[in-house]
Design a protein around this ligand. Sequence first.
Ligand code: SF4
Length: 323
Amino acid sequence: MDNKINWGITKDLQADIRYEPNACKNYVMDMSLGCPHHCLYCIFSPLEMKAYQLQNPDYKEETVLLKLDRFLEREDFPPCVYLSYSSDPLGNEDIIKSTITVVNRLLEHNVNILFVSKGIFTDGILEAFAKKPEYIHVQVDVTSADQYRNSIVEPYAASYEERMNNVKKLASIKGLGNLNVRIDPMLPNIDDQPENIKKVAGDALRLGATEVIAGYVLVTGTVKQAWMKNEFLRPCAEALSEVTPTISGQQLFSLPFDDKLERLTRVEQLCKEVGIKMACCGCKDVRLKQTDFEWICHPFNRQMREKMMKENPGYVLETEHLK
Ligand code: SF4
């Protein structure tokens, strides 16, 4: 597989596995160009759409279901794939159908799947997971229990109750590789209130998740400016005053590092109080890797990557950034 930087989704709108240096230096696959959830903070979905528009000026920045022909012809598979990098694998009914086809085929080839979603895990997707659950590593993305916040920030994603119900359904699959709740991206001063963290972490634990992954939002300069004009989002935008060193190297704003550390330590303590462990994402702010927080490069951490590479000669899974 080619490890060069790519321009994401190809000109002919084929979904296929690609190496993505900005996504945990991992193999990724999107079933759609664009994402029907339209989260206010989303970075990668608009970026992929812009990249596609550069090559196709008539494209109107809509969500487009990608074709699976090339993927279905593929005969070689990397040891792990992240679903999905710049979209949600459960974005809508058509996307879910494609995702079921993709999951089935990946599992036929014993590929580990990191699956992150704010959608609804349907019976079809749960049945697909149950075929080889040990290869499935899920993060159900639930940052806030506040319906008003969710209606503004994640307007088309599943509701809090639906996402927590996903956790319950997934927990009933015996032998699932990982089941975590992702409290990420948190909007500072909006989502990191103790009552919210305790509610989300407590429900996650009660319904069967084993860990939470916490992280703060990163936004582009344009998004920050827009949020400064919005009464609800301004307290968050004002706090996002530092350009953050990320794995992608893109100019993105987040909390100043000391403030971020202090807040994450508080979140970790709140998680401890409800009885669940917290990890965080080291690719969103590489300085987190120098802290005592456990960082999210598990389930594909250094040890696992070395093992997968040994078993899959010809595939490179970088480990340098995991030191
Ligand atoms: S679900 Fe993910 S990919 Fe889709 S809009 Fe939200 S953040 Fe972007």
